[in-house]
Write a protein that binds this ligand. Structure first.
Ligand SMILES: CC(C)=CCC/C(C)=C(/C)COP(=O)(O)OP(=O)(O)O
Length: 461
């Protein structure tokens, strides 16, 4: 048994050839469905046929059993080392390879190789457990330990040597684009680089992890500077036009002559826009077109919710909890999770990513993780001149209860979402798509890393 297998312990995945074999404990109905899927998969091949057959099979997968089965051990494939741990070698993850920097018209085109500094390969870390496996779920203590635990996946990898390398690179990049310029130490100690390493245990290579760190840091910068932090210049009435410009920074529209020149000047003069554009350029070096558009469109959908909060802040209104949650479900770490296959170096077909049950699963996980954020940021959000929406504060207000009781209610809500994700994962476990199983495991890992990170980041102290 190699070191990595030993670290997993029994039941924590295998090195076996799971590709095409599905995973997990199955019911008799599940076996029948899996068999049907296998037969379907032996049919015609060719572009698009595999995902189409899987979708067909998905329609016949039975609903989850009434009585909860034990969590399916998702024996995903061992992630092959898909890239050399060399930060300067952009590489296509699959057939839908990233655009070259060929589109010189596109200011958001893949960053040229020269822009990525060559850094030494990180030293092997004794704590490194990168790979594709499930350490399972557990009730995890959080905060000062005085509240009921959060039911959450366990963290698959804590590698603070690697996190340091990624975070240092991220801080260097933040200095180049200019975000958090006057608070670099605070930014460093926030540790978005550590978040990327915790949340993407599949990836050992610095460059894709740096991509995740940059995207998350840029999303957060946008949130801090434009939406949330009055001290950083956030003004509710300016948010909608600012977000409209963000979209054009990330997804430059066709040339409109002198108006495009003005757009470009505006992008160049604003650190938040520079960060988002630069991170998108990095994304394009790793992602295929449908992955890029999935990530951009999810970002833009998230912005609609931000405008709702801005209206409430501007009007001094507190939304009812149901309305806040309805907005928060589209403004969650679902957005961050859209990066999972890109960082992992593979591609989940768009028709599988958007298949309703898969979509619901990722939304359940994204919402659970964002409740973790609300739990950790109550004080921070209550402290702003224009307090943010936060599920704990809103429950306390609506129920007229103590903050402690509102925290308990939010914990219960979180735990329901995680159990819902687990059910969804179980329901989808018989589908023999290695990419889908891998992606769901990536979502599981993201939830785990998110909790780990929130408990340690200086941002929430
Ligand atoms: C996807 C992403 C990282 C976006 C940044 C903003 C966002 C949707 C969050 C999940 C964070 O929400 P919030 O603004 O409440 O976060 P902080 O408490 O300010 O960290």
């Amino acid at each position: 048994m190699d070191e990595r297998s030993a670290a997993r312990g029994p039941g924590c995945g295998t090195d076996g050839p799971a590709r095409g074999t599905g995973a997990g404990a199955r019911t008799a109905d599940g076996d029948a469905a899996a068999e049907r899927v296998r037969r379907l998969l032996s049919g015609p091949t060719g572009p698009g046929t595999s995902a189409a057959r899987l979708l067909d099979a998905l329609r016949t997968v039975p609903p989850p059993p009434e009585t909860a089965a034990p969590p399916a051990p998702l024996d995903g494939t061992e992630a092959p080392s898909e890239r050399e741990p060399d930060a300067d070698a952009p590489e296509a993850p699959d057939a839908q390879a990233p655009q070259d920097a060929r589109d010189a018209q596109d200011p958001c085109a893949a960053e040229p190789e020269a822009a990525v500094p060559v850094l030494p390969t990180p030293l092997p870390s004794p704590t490194r457990k990168g790979g594709h496996f499930s350490p399972g779920y557990a009730e995890r203590e959080w905060g000062d330990g005085s509240y009921p635990p959060l039911y959450c996946p366990l963290t698959a990898r804590i590698d603070d040597d690697l996190a340091l390398v990624v975070n240092d690179r991220l801080v260097e990049w933040a200095g180049e684009v200019g975000i958090y310029a006057d608070q670099m130490d605070k930014f460093r100690n926030t540790g978005f680089g550590r978040l990327a390493v915790l949340a993407h245990p599949e990836a050992d290579d610095v460059d894709p992890l740096l991509l995740a760190a940059k995207m998350n840091a840029a999303w957060w910068a946008c949130d801090d500077y434009y939406a949330d932090e009055t001290d950083l210049g956030a003004v509710p009435t300016q948010l909608p036009p600012r977000l409209a410009l963000v979209m054009s920074a990330m997804d430059p529209p066709p040339d409109a002559g002198k108006y495009t020149v003005q757009v470009e000047e505006a992008v160049e003069s604003d650190p938040v826009l520079r960060a988002l554009r630069s991170a998108t350029g990095h994304l394009k070096r790793h992602a295929g077109p449908s992955q890029v558009m999935r990530i951009l469109n999810t970002t833009f959908q998230m912005y609609v919710s931000w405008t709702a909060y801005a209206a409430w802040r501007h009007l001094g209104e507190l939304p009812p909890v149901w309305r806040y949650l309805a907005a928060r479900q589209h403004d969650s770490f679902y957005t961050s999770m859209t990066l999972i296959d890109v960082v992992g170096g593979y591609q989940l077909d768009a028709n599988l990513f958007y298949e309703p049950r898969v979509h619901r699963a990722v939304m359940q996980a994204g919402t659970a993780s964002v409740i973790v954020n609300d739990l950790h940021s109550v004080e921070r959000e209550a402290a702003d001149d224009l307090p943010d929406c936060n599920v704990v504060l809103l429950i306390a207000e609506e129920e007229g209860c103590a903050l402690e009781d509102a925290v308990r209610a939010a914990v219960a809500m979180h735990n329901d979402f995680v159990r819902g994700f687990e059910d969804s994962q179980r329901e989808l476990a018989s589908l023999p798509s290695a990419e889908l199983q891998r992606f769901l495991l990536g979502v599981q890992s993201w939830m785990a890393g998110c909790l780990e990170w929130h408990g340690a980041s200086d941002r929430y102290k």
